[in-house]
Design a protein around this ligand. Structure first.
Ligand code: GLN
Length: 259
């Protein structure tokens, strides 16, 4: 691995969109990169952000939030530079992780039960309809996207992800949209079709708070690796970390919540 690697993590609307420990994802990415000697900066991308003035990132995170915050963010995304810019970044293969409310705003629209339809960016071919049902609890999924699978799989559960969901919006994938995974336990996209999340290029949207990445360290490493590969234009091998405890916590959570 190169000596002086650097990574900028763009935290989208972190002040408005950050529920159920979502900031933990940014902390986890930062720590896992820094432990490998990678220099990390976190760029706050808030309302009125201008990429030309404020700079760009190598990897993006977008957390969940309540309907009121989503309304404000949706307007900013649509009216200002941020929306167009985020779409362009995803098209350049930069990785992005969006959770719950953030995920909903990267689909085509989110229509809350009470209130106006909120426009989304349409990065994911999906739409979200508010419902009277609250889908809440621990969630375990099996990843479908091949690149995210890690070889020794079944034994160590590394093709499984675990998180915590709490939403009433039901997301439906349109034809051609690729789910992130299938439900083992929990509700996922809509509680009906056993899909969870969506993946487009290196952008992942899902309903898993938790925080997701500390509970699923291999997914965190996948995002870091992809970000560095896109940035430096070459294959990057991340050094293994002494993370036996994190891996054990991942497996214990899966065993406990799969039942
Ligand atoms: N407003 C959304 C819903 O309840 C998002 C909630 C969240 O991000 N946790 O469906």
């Amino acid at each position: 691995m190169k000596k002086s690697l650097a990574l900028t993590i763009g935290y989208l609307y972190g002040r408005l969109m950050n529920t159920y420990g979502d900031t933990g994802n940014v902390i986890c990415l930062k720590k896992r990169a820094e432990e490998r000697g990678i220099k990390v900066d976190v760029l706050a991308i808030d309302l009125n952000y201008d990429p030309k003035k404020d700079g760009v990132a190598d990897l993006y995170f977008f957390g969940g939030g309540q309907d009121q915050a989503q309304e404000e963010v949706s307007q900013d995304l649509i009216k200002r530079h941020s929306g167009k810019f985020i779409k362009e970044e995803v098209e350049k293969d930069k990785p992005l992780l969006a959770i719950c409310g953030g995920y909903q705003l990267l689909g085509e629209y989110y229509e809350p039960q009470n209130g106006p339809k909120l426009a989304g960016l349409g990065i994911f071919k999906a739409y979200t309809q508010g419902s009277a049902q609250r889908m809440i609890g621990n969630i375990v999924i099996r990843i479908q996207n091949l690149e995210l699978r890690i070889k020794s799989e079944e034994k160590d559960n590394s093709s499984l992800l675990v998180g915590f969901e709490n939403h009433s919006g039901k997301t439906f994938l349109k034809e051609g949209a690729q789910p992130l995974g299938t439900i083992i336990k929990g509700f996922g996209n809509n509680g009906e079709d056993k899909t969870e999340g969506c993946i487009y290029k290196n952008a992942i949207g899902c309903y898993m708070h938790g925080s997701l990445l500390p509970k699923n360290p291999k997914l965190a490493d996948w995002l870091i690796k992809k970000a560095l590969e896109v940035k430096y234009g070459e294959e990057i091998k991340l050094e293994p970390l002494e993370d036996e405890l994190e891996q054990k916590a991942h497996q214990a959570a899966i065993q406990r919540f799969s039942k």
